[in-house]
Design a protein around this ligand. Structure first.
Ligand SMILES: [Zn+2]
Length: 187
């Protein structure tokens, strides 16, 4: 599905268009290298990340699960520049729990595609609620956007924070506050 030679051709064209010489020594392999990097950055496009939640354990669990500081490496769809940060993923199981590594893969699957942070946050929360069947889910993502910090010096160090709450967390401010205080304890 991912057409690497076509991406390499397009990158060569971009190099021409910015006034560079794609044939000079340092750039000769660049189109292929960029295409290879894009293949990895956009590898989530071909998958349904919610499938990682099929490997779930029925433990009859009902208590909050929170995993903090999962890495987020994504690409903003408006500028095709990276946004990098961390995700905090919490849910209240309705019996079924997901493996911790599966939660990392869930976030990664949605991150490795042209994205916006708001949608990424919502998709992870939706997957926990709908695919895992959690009674409630809450996701907070903090990220630095290269499209801001690389272009505007005054945004250096700024962090975008997004959150999404589903099910039990939507209706219950005390539960949301519990998750937020647990997240804060780690920072
Ligand atoms: Zn952007």
């Amino acid at each position: 599905m991912f057409d690497e030679p076509r991406v390499a051709r397009a990158v060569r064209e971009i190099l021409h268009a910015i006034g560079e010489d794609p044939e000079r020594e340092g750039l000769q392999e660049t189109p292929e290298r960029v295409a290879g990097a894009y293949a990895k950055l956009f590898s989530g496009l071909g998958e349904d990340p919610a499938r990682h939640l099929e490997v779930a354990f029925d433990e009859g669990a009902r208590d909050l699960v929170l995993i903090r500081d999962l890495p987020v490496c994504s690409v903003c769809e408006h500028h095709l520049l990276p946004f990098i940060g961390k995700a905090h993923v919490g849910y209240v199981p309705e019996g079924r729990i997901a493996g911790f590594s599966e939660l990392a893969r869930l976030v990664e699957g949605y991150a490795r595609r042209p994205q916006i942070q708001e949608r990424l946050t919502a998709q992870v929360a939706d997957a926990l609620h709908d695919a895992l069947g959690a009674a409630g889910s809450m996701v907070v993502i903090e990220a630095t956007h290269s499209c801001m910090t690389m272009r505007y010096a005054e945004t250096t160090g700024s962090v975008a924070v997004t959150s999404a709450a589903r099910g039990a967390f939507e209706e219950d401010a005390a539960r949301r506050a519990e998750v937020l205080s647990l997240i804060r304890r780690g920072t």
